[in-house]
Design a protein. Sequence first.
Length: 220
Amino acid sequence: MIRDVDITQIWDGRFYTASDLVKADTMDCRGCSDCCRTMTDTILLDPWDIRQMQQVTGMDFDALLEKHVSLTVADGLITPVMSMTPGGACTFLDGTGRCTIHGSRPGFCRLFPLGRYYDDSGEFRYFLQARECPKPKAKIRVSKWLGVEDLPRYEEYVRRWHAFLKQVQHLLEGESEKLRKQVCLYLVQLFYRRSWDGESSFYEQFEERLARARKDLSLR
Ligand code: SF4
Ligand code: SF4
């Protein structure tokens, strides 16, 4: 979700790249799971997240929707978001407060307490959300904190997905509710409901779907 806030009110005063050290290491959270109990309905999921979840649970998107994922509207587009239990916790949190999909957790969970700041060109840098997580933290390299395989490729995907969503939002400005809904459902079908092949490169599959969506929506 794009937050329209004054970054100087929430950061530690500097931007970071993947190779920088940042004081974000919560040291395995040491028994704390507050974030997994309070923030899940704000954890928006992108296609990479859904593919990770499909692989680790063996569930297709409709099965995930029944148990772990909901749909919400964010920045005018229908978007998957983590579901909560009646008590407000993430459905992947176990009874001891541990994440049962830690190795396949969504990008939002990997980032926190970092965030991404996008400039007008669509480029992003990381920043530390200085007011989040009151626990003591150690320095760690951003790339290690994220723990994503082939991080440069993942970062490129993040940029391209962000840019595409901005284009679609712009395209739908001022359009009828009916058309907005049609486009949203088309995107849900193409990027989420249609399963991702676990044997093939996610990024190649993503680029194919992106090219198709751009063509179908007449985007450059
Ligand atoms: S508040 Fe900090 S230590 Fe607790 S779960 Fe969140 S990130 Fe981990
Ligand atoms: S996926 Fe894991 S890390 Fe993320 S909110 Fe759920 S339990 Fe917490």
